[in-house]
Every structure is written in C-alpha cells, then in structure tokens.
Design a protein around this ligand. Sequence first.
Ligand SMILES: C[S@@+](CC[C@H](N)C(=O)[O-])C[C@H]1O[C@@H](n2cnc3c(N)ncnc32)[C@H](O)[C@@H]1O
Length: 258
Amino acid sequence: MSTVDWNAETYHRVSEPQLKWGLEVMAELPLRGEELVVDAGCGTGRLTAHLLERLPRGKVAALDASDAMLQKARAELARFGPRVEFHQVDLGALTLKLEADVIFSAATFHWVADHAALFEGLAGLLKPGGRLHAQCGGRGNLRGFLTLAREVAQTPPFAAFLTGFDSPTHFAAPEDELPLLSRAGFVDAKAWLKDAPTPFATAEDFRTFIGVVVLRHPLALLPEALKARFLDEVTARAAPQYALDYVRLELRATRSVK
Ligand SMILES: C[S@@+](CC[C@H](N)C(=O)[O-])C[C@H]1O[C@@H](n2cnc3c(N)ncnc32)[C@H](O)[C@@H]1O
C-alpha cells in the first residue's frame, strides 16, 4: 500500500473527472434506498454523499486507507450522522467483515497491487447475493501521459531522484480480473474497458491536477526546490492539448449465494 498521503483539500476541489466518472457508474446502480452500501476508497466523500442521498433509509460504510482523505470525508459527511460509518483499512489486506448489499467503488482499485487479495477481501464485506459495482483505471490507462512524464523524469536534474519513478498502480485487463473474481466467490462477473480521454481547460488546471493525483509519488521523491520545475516541464510537454489519456475498467459481479 502506498505510504504517500493525499492532499485531500486540493483533491476535493480538482477531482471533477473522478466525480463525473463516479456519477456515471452510480447512475447504472439500481438501489431501493434501504441498503447497506460499502464505498470502497471513499476519498474525500464527494461520491459517498451522492450514495447517501440515494439511500434515504440505508447506510454507507466508507472505507479508505488515507488519514487525510478520511479526515476530510468525516467533515464533508457529518450532516448524514449515523447513516455513514468510517473504516480505515487497506483494501489489499481486508480483515473487516460486513453483510453489505452492494460494494460501490470508483477510481480506487488500481491503487491496490494484488487484485486476488482485493477481491477475496471484498467478498467478505458482502452478504450472499450482494453486488460489486466498480470502476477503476484499466489496461493502457495514462500510457501516453506516463511515457511523456518518464521522459522528463529521465533528464537532469530530476533523474538523480526519480529512479523509482513508477507509481504503485496496477492497471488490470478485463481477462485477468474475471478468473480472480471467480476464485474469490463472485458469479455473473463482467469486466470491460472504456476510453475516457480527459482534457483540461487551462495549463494551470492540468498542472494542479497532475501534481495532486497522477504524479503524487514521483513528486514525493523530489526535493522541494525541484517539485514546481518538474510540474512545469511535464505541463510544457503536454501543450497544447493538456489532456490525460485515461482508460477505465468497469467491474460488475455478484457474490455467490453458495
Ligand atoms: C483517486 S481517489 C478516489 C476517491 C473517490 N472514490 C473518488 O472517486 O473521488 C483513490 C482513493 O483510494 C484510496 N486508496 C488507495 N489505495 C488504497 C488501499 N490499499 N486501501 C484503501 N484505500 C485505498 C486512497 O486513499 C484514495 O482516497
């Protein structure tokens, strides 16, 4: 699990792409309104709030590993009172057991390296017949952007600090996920990829977003004096489109009743 924490305040402000994708995924999730739903990787709670609004008689268990994200989510979701409970957990090593009706998750599973362990842990959160309804980064995600950023990372003065450039992400392919879901006790599993090219209105919007989300890990390896310069150089290389070549992996499955 990553030890580089998030800048939750800025993420909350700039995570419009994640909010848009998450709301699209949530719109396809049928809910009666009284279920217990897990938000696996709740972040600052922007999507969790929308889930809670769809569950007037239900509850949400909001799970995340990050201190900063959970602190922000608690503040953002205080108005929902006891209808939301928080659990600080590593989704890659879950020991928590729940009898949830649904697991919703957005923009999170690609931060977990071991998807066999992830799906096994998730199965332990669902009642038999419970549903997994998730989206995360998938095979090919950010391939073009990361190539460009790595090229900058390999030039001086950054190269001396960025030998461990790679972010700890796992952009899985649908055909790799299906057997893992089956082994973890899920049935009727479906997995597919979707291109989600994401342009930004200005160079400054693009620079802020990559700094807080995509280049979080390499930035943590750089001395303070070089962080802004690295972002400037990557942003300059991304001109004039200022776009990220996102690819989303959709996952749907049902926990076996057996
Ligand atoms: C990009 S944010 C997405 C947050 C929210 N779902 C959204 O769409 O805005 C990814 C979240 O996953 C959490 N996360 C990453 N790895 C995790 C792990 N191993 N266990 C639990 N949470 C994790 C991060 O702390 C972060 O809050």
